[in-house]
Design a protein around this ligand. Structure first.
Ligand code: ATP
Length: 838
């Protein structure tokens, strides 16, 4: 495809020269997603939605053109496209574009589909990609990302027209032009620890400077201080041309081969789909290396203060001029080089290379986000980016376990000297040797300022007192949480690369990543990677387990917040779990059973005589269990709480059974599936990994289950429903087979429910601390124990992740309205009021 591409990313890094359903009857404060993620701040949300509104698809068409003459068309609502005139050769073209909402539907079985898919991932957001029809949507953010990787609006329209069954609607052309006109024209550049807004279009900077929010953040620089605009010279910015400066955006636009609306130059008309796509994208990639041949263009700039960068970025987005962040690392002589290359055995896979080419397309490093499925090798992508930039790096991870894994992966894949890669966790506060190096740490280590020790503070001063070449953000979807976003600007870094498999949050803050980190540079297709054998093929099933009469009775009698334990501990669910473990162990599979609920986790594991790991399991014991699981033929099943959701590299696991989960979290479902996507035997013909979600029938769990699956279904996974497990009745030693056993189990569940109704013990895994349920306390000193009002999520391992937080609005939501407070609370309050009044 990329005929003119000169150097691959691998070479660069190698040594030179070489749908909504009714909610169940649970109280609102039990909704997981509210607990887990913040309600968007109105002001922040407004900024983004204003931009989106500015470019939204509305208009008369939407209401008037939905046909009413037949009964079927109505069902398609806004996706009813029969009014559109098809091109005569529409059958050979793979795509429809909906003029009402910018939605694109792609026939994935068309011979042109692979090329169209490559193009669409560059310009649109993938919505769903099942087997035959894929859905994408063009949004302002997706177009911003397209421009940032070097695409020109005219070319975008032209290629769309080539693939489309209908002529490109005017609305779409206007939308594309409207969104892209100003994108990528203004850049945020870090030079000598100072931030500058840079543009080759002076008028753009003038518009920005007229804005009060931006001008307040401006720093006036001395005359002759390089690129700055002085206070005196600011009004006549036309005079401020920096001679000999290269093209600002660094986005070299290729020669236009295809023209809008099918008006292509016949002589240059590309023959194949590949050529067509290459004419727009690959050609540019090749040409972009020809920077030196380009005519030098003047660049204008002004400085903004470091503390005001987030405000400026947000305001620029609001005004419709999103900032592009690029790092000219090859010409950075101020920061020391880090002697590090990829080892020869590191063979970057094609999708890894493609994602990195979006970051380094023009020889500079663009900040942004790369989205790859779990187990597809995000770590190696991050390492390759670091080896390409060859400057100091900070890596931020979600847990101390992944900190260790990241360091090990750096040592495995790169030639970095072990002295030059240091770990900053509760146990380790080393620095690297020499002028340049890598620090791997957790988000919570750099944000937790209250309990900081002397050594930690020294380390933080080190992190914040120097310039870094690259900030690698693992699991970047956690960044929009208020506690983490501050840290992004306190570490002065030239380039930021966010990595995630699941660019989704249940709140709307995922959009904030566009200005906190940068645009989404690349998103891989899960199904495609699984077909190519890079990740395992997975069979997904939801197993419906009927509730036993006695459990269902108690379930119905309980208040919504106490119901969960009954559907989790349902004896029929337990039996299904036992049966599936037995079946898969006999097949030779290695099985992981997930339970967020720690009581259930321990109860299931003990009854089945299997090892289990939760937040309170000491590090040594965890490692021992995991090693046994990997190497010992007798240990084929391990039970894990939520701590196993992410960053656990267990290539042996081939079957996953989920008995309890974090309500409707789509992200958790995807991350759990990720644990078996690394299945070692994935390349064997006909080999599948298995993912079972056990759901108690006719309970709230069914609602949550369908909500959880939404993301994976959009990625093309099909969930089968199993209503009966053949042969379960005949399993020797089937647990809870007699009414007496089931009654006993019910008693223990009732007891557990009443004991834990008043205290919510929140496990915390950060900084090596953990909640020991047997001792009822944390094993570390410091204010790590958190007790608050009854919340069932605390019974689970559900609060272990570093990114968990309760914000003010969540607390507000939990507040009981004055009239509904209990007597004791009312008395306390009135006593306090009386006391205050004297
Ligand atoms: N190019 C490659 N060649 C060989 N092995 C690779 C390559 N890329 C990744 N791997 C291996 O694939 C496995 C998964 O990689 P990695 O842990 O980086 O996945 P991930 O995308 O970070 O997953 P998760 O999101 O679940 O953490 C690792 O064992 C890694 O060594």
């Amino acid at each position: 495809m990329a005929t003119k591409r000169k150097g691959s990313i691998t070479e660069l890094a190698k040594p030179a020269p070489g749908p909504k359903r009714a909610k169940p009857d649970v109280s609102s404060d039990e909704d997981d997603d509210d607990l887990e993620e913040e309600v968007p701040d109105e002001e922040e949300q407004g900024a983004i939605s204003r931009v989106l509104d500015k470019f939204s698809f509305t208009g008369a068409r939407e209401r008037s053109e939905v046909p009413t003459s037949d009964t079927v068309s109505r069902l398609f609502k806004r996706d009813e496209l029969s009014f559109l005139k098809m091109k005569p050769d529409h059958e050979s073209r793979p795509m429809w574009i909906n003029p009402r909402n910018g939605k694109i539907i792609l026939e994935s079985f068309s011979p042109l589909a692979p090329a169209a898919q490559d193009f669409l991932t560059a310009i649109a957001e993938p919505l769903s990609r099942p087997t035959y029809l894929h859905e994408y949507r063009i949004t302002p953010h997706s177009l911003y990302a397209a421009v940032s990787v070097g695409l020109d609006p005219k070319d975008i329209v032209a290629v769309l027209d080539r693939f489309s069954k209908i002529p490109i609607p005017d609305e779409i052309v206007q939308f594309i032009n409207g969104c892209t006109g100003s994108y990528g024209k203004v850049k945020l550049v870090l030079k000598h620890n100072r931030y500058f807004l840079e543009s080759s279009d002076m008028k753009m900077l003038q518009i920005l400077l007229r804005d009060q929010v931006i001008s307040e953040q401006r720093v006036f620089t001395d005359v002759g201080d390089g690129d700055g605009i002085t206070k005196e010279s600011a009004p006549k910015m036309g005079a401020l041309v920096i001679p000999g400066t290269k093209i600002a955006a660094g986005v070299a636009q290729g020669q236009q081969v295809v023209q809008p609306n099918g008006g292509e130059n016949e002589e240059q008309k590309p023959e194949t789909a590949e050529e067509l796509f290459a004419s727009v994208t690959a050609l540019k990639e090749g040409e972009e290396d020809d920077d030196d041949d380009e005519e030098a263009e003047a660049v204008h700039s002004f400085e903004v203060c470091a503390e005001g960068v987030e405000k400026v970025q947000k305001q620029c987005l609001t005004l419709g001029y999103p900032l592009l962040e690029e790092y000219d690392f090859r010409n950075d002589s101020r920061n020391a080089n880090l002697d590090m290359d990829l080892r020869p055995q590191a063979q970057i896979r094609h999708y890894q290379e493609k994602s990195l080419s979006k970051m380094f397309g023009n020889g500079r490093a663009k900040s942004g986000i790369i989205v790859l499925p779990c187990g597809a090798g995000k770590t190696l992508v991050g390492i390759t980016a670091a080896c390409t930039i060859k400057k100091s790096v900070v890596v931020l991870c979600t847990s101390s376990m992944s900190v260790v894994q990241w360091r090990n992966e750096f040592l495995k894949w790169s030639t970095i000297n072990p002295d030059q890669i240091a770990i900053f966790t509760a146990e380790n506060k080393e620095r690297f040797r020499g002028d340049a190096g890598i620090i791997v740490t957790t988000y919570s280590m750099v944000t937790n300022s209250r309990t900081r020790s002397h050594d930690s503070q020294k380390m933080m001063d080190f992190l914040m007192g120097r310039e870094w070449g690259l900030l690698l953000l693992d699991e970047v979807h956690v960044v929009p949480a208020n506690i983490f976003r501050k840290v992004i600007h306190s570490i002065a870094t030239h380039a930021k690369l966010g990595l995630t498999a699941t660019l989704l949050r249940e709140d709307d803050k995922i959009q904030d990543l566009n200005f906190l980190i940068g645009p989404k540079l690349y998103e891989a297709n899960w199904m495609e990677l699984s077909e190519q054998g890079h990740i395992a093929r997975v069979q997904c099933a939801e197993v419906w387990c009927p509730m036993t009469t006695e459990f269902y009775q108690e379930y119905l009698n309980e208040t919504p917040r106490k119901r969960a334990l009954f559907y989790i501990m349902n004896p029929r669910k337990f039996q299904a779990c036992q049966f599936l473990i037995d079946y898969h162990e006999k097949r030779g599979d290695k099985v992981i059973v997930f339970s967020d609920n720690v009581f259930a986790l321990a109860a299931y594991a003990r009854k089945l005589n299997k090892p289990y790991i939760y937040g309170g399991t000491p590090q040594q014991e965890r490692l021992k269990i995991l090693q046994n699981f990997q190497r010992n033929e007798l240990i084929n099943t391990v039970f894990l709480s939520k701590i196993g959701d992410t960053s656990l590299d267990l290539p042996e696991a081939t079957c996953l059974i989920q008995v309890s989960s974090h309500y409707g979290s789509r992200r958790q479902e995807a991350q759990r599936l990720g644990r078996i996507l690394r299945a070692k035997r994935r390349n064997d013909e006909g080999f599948n990994a298995f993912f079972y979600s056990l759901v108690s029938k006719d309970t709230a769990e069914m609602y949550y289950s369908s909500k959880r699956q939404a993301f994976l279904v959009d990625q093309g996974y099909a969930f089968k429903v199993i209503t009966h497990l053949q042969g379960i009745e005949n399993l020797p030693g089937l647990a809870y087979a007699t009414p007496a056993e089931r009654r006993e189990l019910l008693q223990s569940v009732l007891l557990e429910n009443s004991q834990n109704a008043d205290v919510n013990s929140i496990e915390k895994e950060t900084d090596g601390g953990f909640f020991d349920r047997t001792r009822g306390d944390y094993k570390r000193s410091g204010p790590l124990v958190k007790r608050n009002n009854a919340k069932l999520s605390g019974l689970s391992g559900g609060d272990t992740m570093a990114y968990m937080e309760q914000n003010a609005s969540a607390n507000r939501r939990m507040k009981v309205p004055p009239g509904q407070q209990n007597k004791f609370m009312r008395k306390l309050k009135s006593d306090a009021v009386k006391k205050a009044r004297g």
